[in-house]
Design a protein around this ligand. Structure first.
Ligand SMILES: [Zn+2]
Length: 344
């Protein structure tokens, strides 16, 4: 097979950042994806309907001429989020709320420290047909970083899913076999996104001949048995797993630092990297459903009508991307060769 035509995909988990980043990140995603679930972890975070509407406008202003790209906005939950905030967000077109345990990832210090106080908010999300998106890691310093996802499932996520049968929950960027099993065995209201880096890499890739800051993301890469479980999950064709890149740029000097930031910037090669994984697994026929159908079906949104074409043509991901302000970003898989290339 030398050409692959699939329904236009969407990215169900993405970080555009803000300010100067938008001129870089929005076109990178719009080149391929028709819609994207936009993460709200800005500084300050997107905690209200008004902030979400203003952020949406900034994203649309950065979209390429003639693009039909549609950002799907999310609300950042804090200890102070109210049910009125949820209703207002719904009226403003916000589709989901994002739960970050405090300190879990970039710009999450304002996030939730006590999940119990959010029970009425979870109810309000279900009543307003909005989804709950979860960064599923505990952040206690005494829990090993490789165990934080599993402990989050046991301590929190199982309870949330049990107590709110009417609430659709997306377990974001899953990284472990524990998460795969939990989602597979869970109700139909529970699904998960899977990133390219967690399908392509395992924790050895953080330390190949030295520390590899550009493979560092949160949740951190896990051992290969977990990577294999994720690959089997997407190869199964289960509608509970769909595309979410978690593409998350940082300037090069912030990754290559004594305390480097977490995040892989995959937007320029995301669909190609997923295609590579599905080809390796011998399930290229399942790429379209994973990239373009399971997500909208779970969110209750229409499928895209257009198509994209991928050609079997090896190309090299650039070593570095220059931003308009002079900073640079090292993209995910920089300098490596990918077998598929988006056409047009
Ligand atoms: Zn993320």
């Amino acid at each position: 097979m030398n050409e692959l035509v699939i329904r236009t995909p969407d990215d169900w988990h993405l970080h555009f950042r803000d300010g100067d980043f938008l001129a870089e990140t929005v076109p990178a995603t719009a080149r391929c994806f028709r819609r994207a679930i936009v993460m709200p972890n800005l500084t300050p975070p997107v905690t209200t309907a008004d902030l979400a509407v203003a952020y949406r406008q900034r994203i649309l202003a950065a979209s390429p001429e003639g693009s039909h790209f549609e950002p799907l906005m999310t609300l950042y939950l804090t200890d102070k989020t109210t049910t009125a905030d949820i209703r207002a967000a719904r009226r403003a077109g916000v589709v989901a709320a994002k739960l970050y345990p405090a300190g879990a990832t970039t710009n999450s210090s304002a996030a939730v420290s006590s999940l119990d106080s959010l029970e009425p908010v979870f109810e309000a999300l279900a009543e307003n047909a909005m989804l709950l998106l979860v960064h599923g890691e505990v952040t206690d310093g005494d829990i090993d970083i490789f165990d934080r996802e599993k402990v989050f499932i046991d301590r929190h996520l199982e309870g949330i899913v049990d107590r709110h049968p009417g609430l659709k929950v997306v377990f974001e960027h899953i990284t472990t076999k524990d998460a795969v099993d939990f989602v597979m065995d869970g109700p139909i209201t529970l699904a998960a996104t899977v990133t390219p880096q967690h399908l392509l890499l395992n924790r050895n890739d953080l330390f190949v001949g030295g520390i590899r800051p550009h493979n560092y993301c949160l949740p951190v890469l896990k051992r290969s048995t977990h990577q294999q479980a994720l690959r089997q999950a997407v190869a199964s064709g289960s509608p509970k797993f769909f595309l979410g890149t978690d593409s998350a740029p940082h300037a090069k000097h912030k990754k290559e630092a004594s305390c480097g930031c977490a995040g892989c910037y995959s937007a320029w090669s995301a669909i190609e990297l997923y295609a590579q994984v599905f080809e390796e697994l011998g399930v290229l026929d399942k790429l379209e459903a994973f990239a373009s159908e399971h997500g909208p079906n779970f969110y209750g949104l229409p499928l895209n009508q257009g198509t994209i074409t991928l050609a079997k043509r090896p190309w090299q991901i650039p070593e570095v991307i220059k931003m308009s302000d002079g900073d640079t970003i090292v993209p995910f898989f920089a300098g490596q060769t990918v077998g598929w290339q988006l056409q047009g």
